[in-house]
Write a protein that binds this ligand. Sequence first.
Ligand SMILES: Cc1cc2nc3c(=O)[nH]c(=O)nc-3n(C[C@H](O)[C@H](O)[C@H](O)COP(=O)(O)O)c2cc1C
Length: 189
Amino acid sequence: MKVLSICGSPRRGNSETILLEMQKMFREKGIENEIVLLREKNIERCHGCVEFCNHNPGCRLQDDMKGIIDQMVKADAFVFICPNYFQMPPGLFKDFIDRSNIIFNCNLDPNIKNKKSVVICVGADKPHETDVCTNNIANLYCRYVSTVVATKSFQTKSELKGNLNDVFENSLNPDIKKDIRNLVDLLIG
Ligand SMILES: Cc1cc2nc3c(=O)[nH]c(=O)nc-3n(C[C@H](O)[C@H](O)[C@H](O)COP(=O)(O)O)c2cc1C
């Protein structure tokens, strides 16, 4: 089984830390896991030229989305994670969402809707605030690209310092690890 984790944070922070922890857990169970850091990729904004992708097997734009789409087609399951920005995903993650529309629009992967996914968002506010963002991704995006088996919103203590030292007060706390393990089990179970 191959799990593809897609990280929509523009910085090295909480989202990435959670994915690294999940990667350890996947590997312990012999599951292949690749992490795509969207911040390291060159992803142009969708131009909305559906007259092209409605009639061609792909996107007119030539950038790193081509490789990410290939990885999605080859994967068996997904973890989608991003921070909560005003109860919405950051533009970086939204650009990924918009550009990945060719997977279903061009039917590049007839099995995409059957692939399991977990959707996670992190935010400074209480988890129920961040749920708005998490549920939008799960309900409005993932219905086209996967079958969501779990969603989770985490409250972080981050002050947006942009480094790893402020992440969950220096490390992931044991409760968060338990939640993450649960998500891993649901995805691969
Ligand atoms: C532009 C911007 C908007 C944000 N809006 C919210 C928000 O509406 N609600 C919230 O809980 N946190 C908000 N945050 C805080 C981030 O969601 C929080 O720091 C998160 O942990 C960052 O994730 P990361 O460490 O993975 O980048 C915002 C941060 C930024 C930079």
